[in-house]
Design a binder for this molecule. Structure first.
Ligand code: FE2
Ligand code: FE2
Length: 340
């Protein structure tokens, strides 16, 4: 595969090509999409491993139809009933596994406060990169995160019509910043594309889908799952608050890592922008969005806690994937990156 490092126009580029399949579920979807709907027979989800490469990629393919789709794929697939039926079965397995994996409860403040308690014996990816990460590891980090950051805040925007009053107003205030506060060149997805280009990566939307392992896909699939279902609005609010609360300290560490590694200023800007913006967003999310939402719908507290815990759980799995690979001297992506 060739890689063409370039400008950050990728954030505005056309839809990506379809990725390679990773098993029978993703192969069935991958085979169907280039054809005109309806599909031939689609498989059953059966007892497929909810966190494995195959199921996560099949789910990712189905969700991506709601964002930018894929090159050469008929847009009518977005609401094709047979594919939606398979997607629902995949979602059931994923959601069920997440509910089993987290402790649950209804203590929203406790769950939010727990997010910043970084265990000293198990520092995360941004800690590692700040202290001793290599340039190659930093480039891998950017490639992993590109799956979300090039559509930053799109999945969370689905929460807007599900809120009312102050929580809606405050959520939109946060989203206004994520989408550039009226300036196309300040859209956070655009800033991330600039960072990628500065690191010699291809900033094209979805360019690193084949590279991304299941652990990365799961973090993005969670956002789409929570955003696309009104019944999961409480979990989406908890998820979004989790992102905003953990973003500011993480961005500070990553900005320092990039400076230590001698990265170009355009690589650092995305992160410095988030240090201050997300300190403000954290307060808005906690007090006005979560607080206001729970004042309106107090029985949503367990859902909010689930969104916080599920996000934290998948981030920890993702972090284990990266740090485990790096500790063993291996790349953390499924495919190697070209030099940059
Ligand atoms: Fe942002
Ligand atoms: Fe933010």
């Amino acid at each position: 595969m060739s890689e063409t490092p370039g400008t950050a126009s990728g954030a505005a580029s056309g839809p990506p090509g379809l990725p390679e399949a990773r098993g029978p579920l993703s192969a069935a979807v991958r085979t169907a999409l280039p054809q005109a709907p309806p599909p031939g027979e689609l498989p059953e989800a059966g007892d497929a491993d909810p966190f494995a490469e195959d199921l996560q990629l099949a789910l990712y393919l189905a969700y991506e139809l709601h964002y930018r789709g894929f090159a050469g794929v008929d847009e009518a697939w977005e609401w094709q009933p047979d594919l939606l039926r398979l997607r629902a079965a995949l979602e059931d397995r994923f959601l069920g596994a997440l509910r089993e994996a987290v402790p649950g409860g209804a203590d929203v403040a406790g769950a939010l406060d727990g997010l910043l308690a970084e265990p000293l014996d198990a520092p995360g990816v941004s800690h590692h990169l700040q202290r001793r990460g290599t340039w190659g590891q930093m480039r891998e980090y950017l490639a992993h995160r590109s799956l979300y950051q090039l559509k930053e805040a799109d999945p969370q925007a689905w929460l807007i019509p599900r809120l009312t009053g102050q929580p809606k107003a405050s959520l939109v205030a946060v989203a206004f910043d994520e989408f550039g506060a009226g300036h196309g060149d300040r859209v956070h997805a655009r800033l991330f594309a600039e960072a990628m280009a500065g690191a010699g990566l291809d900033p094209g939307y979805g360019r690193y889908l084949d590279h991304a392992p299941a652990e990365t896909l799961a973090t993005v699939n969670l956002m789409s799952l929570l955003g696309l279902h009104r019944s999961l609005r409480g979990a989406m609010a908890g998820h979004f608050a989790t992102l905003e609360i953990t973003s500011s300290p993480g961005a500070r560490r990553l900005a320092r890592a990039l400076e230590r590694l001698g990265a170009e200023p355009r690589c650092v800007r995305f992160f410095t922008e988030h240090i201050e913006a997300d300190a403000v967003h954290e307060q808005l999310m906690r007090r006005d969005v979560i607080g206001g939402f729970l004042a309106q719908e107090p029985d949503q507290a367990p859902a909010v806690v689930f969104g916080i815990q599920a996000t934290d759980y998948l981030e920890a799995r993702w972090s284990d994937r990266l740090l485990g690979a790096w500790a063993a001297g291996r790349p953390s992506l499924r495919l190697p990156l070209c030099d940059g």
